[in-house]
Design a protein around this ligand. Structure first.
Ligand SMILES: C[S@@+](CC[C@H](N)C(=O)[O-])C[C@H]1O[C@@H](n2cnc3c(N)ncnc32)[C@H](O)[C@@H]1O
Length: 354
């Protein structure tokens, strides 16, 4: 995994920054040139997002410390996620994922026809590929993972550095990468898919993008396992009077440019159900304690920073709040539950899977 020193951006709904402030993952001159990967089915071009949308919640604003003047930033591009942040959250993600959905998923896969050559799995918004590293060893039989993302830097890690190699029964797992924007997802992009997955993605999509995703999965007639969407609820122990206000401001921040944020699960469930899919939801919370201090501290900075960006009047109080919370975290006295939801959508098989 990377040891890159580029400014740490955010992931999921949470920026990774030192200090409290705006969180943006600006394109960094330290990001290496794009490795070669092919672009099939997903366009790398424009999108139908709301005008002026540049952000992914807290994820893509260059952070400035609250009490400092803003520093010049490179032109804003699509949101970027630091591999360091994705690495930091991967163990918590793995612990949080809803294992109870695996059996129904296996049953759904078993109902598909034409699996003799193995499963073709499309992982959307794959980042560095943590979903495949978690799921591939839980499924039997040969698998070919098609990893989609718009960030070539992350795709490079996903393919070259830490791709899953073996299935539960020891069968071979192979991967390929496809660079493109999910805003342009077309049904033919998923032709032949036996399974579509996504992790920490739905909440940074728009309703239109989620609708397109549901339509494409339905056309492919395959299950979709869509994990770790933020639920908009957090629990901090010990409690603090400002917890609720910061939670609310953060949730508003997530929604402000048309992204679904905490509405993602409901929107996705309705979209899939509207196409006739059977949808199951299961909670998948991060449970962060003294053993996850680094992740907790990064999450706190991003969470509070986004809240302040949304409601600047919180700045002074939130600054003190963050200092207190970071001190408690460093002392091993803070526990945080960040609620997420996993969705399994079992679409009606079309008989056209690989
Ligand atoms: C929070 S990260 C999650 C990465 C990975 N799934 C994981 O769980 O570690 C969100 C990922 O979705 C990708 N992404 C977000 N919006 C996208 C879009 N419209 N098209 C393609 N990729 C997108 C980002 O580049 C990033 O890699």
């Amino acid at each position: 995994m990377s040891t890159s020193k580029r400014p740490a951006p955010a992931a999921g709904s949470v920026p990774v920054r030192s200090g409290l402030g705006e969180a943006r993952d600006a394109a960094s001159p330290l990001v290496p040139a794009a490795p070669s990967d092919r672009s099939v089915g997903l366009s790398g071009g424009g999108s139908d997002r709301p005008a002026g949308r540049r952000s992914e919640g807290a994820a893509e604003r260059p952070t400035v410390r609250l009490r400092e003047a803003p520093v010049p930033q490179p032109p804003a591009g699509p949101p970027r996620y630091a591999p360091e942040w994705l690495r930091l959250r991967e163990p918590a993600d793995a612990a949080a994922r809803a294992h109870d959905l695996i059996e129904p998923l296996r049953a759904g896969l078993a109902r598909l026809k034409g699996r003799a050559d193995g499963l073709v799995v499309h992982d959307l918004g794959c980042g560095t590929g943590s979903m495949g590293r978690w799921l591939a060893p839980l499924l039997d039989g040969p698998q070919h993972w098609v990893l989609h993302d718009r960030d070539p830097y992350l795709l490079h890690f996903a393919a070259a550095v830490a791709a899953p190699r073996a299935a539960a029964d020891g069968s071979r797992v192979t991967v390929e990468t496809r660079r493109g924007d999910l805003a342009r997802l077309t049904p033919d992009a998923l032709t032949g898919a036996a399974l579509v997955t996504a992790s920490a993605l739905l909440d940074v999509l728009t309703a239109a993008e989620v609708g397109r995703l549901a339509a494409a999965c339905t056309a492919a007639g395959c299950p979709a396992l869509l994990t770790l969407s933020v639920a908009g609820r957090v629990g901090l122990t010990p409690a603090h009077p400002l917890d609720a206000e910061i939670t609310e401001a953060f949730n508003d921040h997530q929604r402000r440019t048309g992204m679904l944020g905490p509405d993602a699960v409901t929107t996705a469930a309705e979209a899939f159900a509207g196409h006739g899919a059977t949808v199951r939801a299961h909670s998948s919370p991060w449970r962060l304690g003294p053993g996850e201090g680094e992740l907790t501290a990064q999450w706190l900075r991003g969470w509070v920073g986004a809240a302040v960006e949304q409601r600047p009047e919180l700045r002074e109080r939130a600054g003190r709040y963050l200092d207190e919370r970071l001190a408690a975290c460093a002392a091993g006295e803070l526990r945080v539950i960040v609620h997420h939801t996993d969705l399994l959508a079992l679409c009606r098989p079309t008989g056209g899977t690989s």
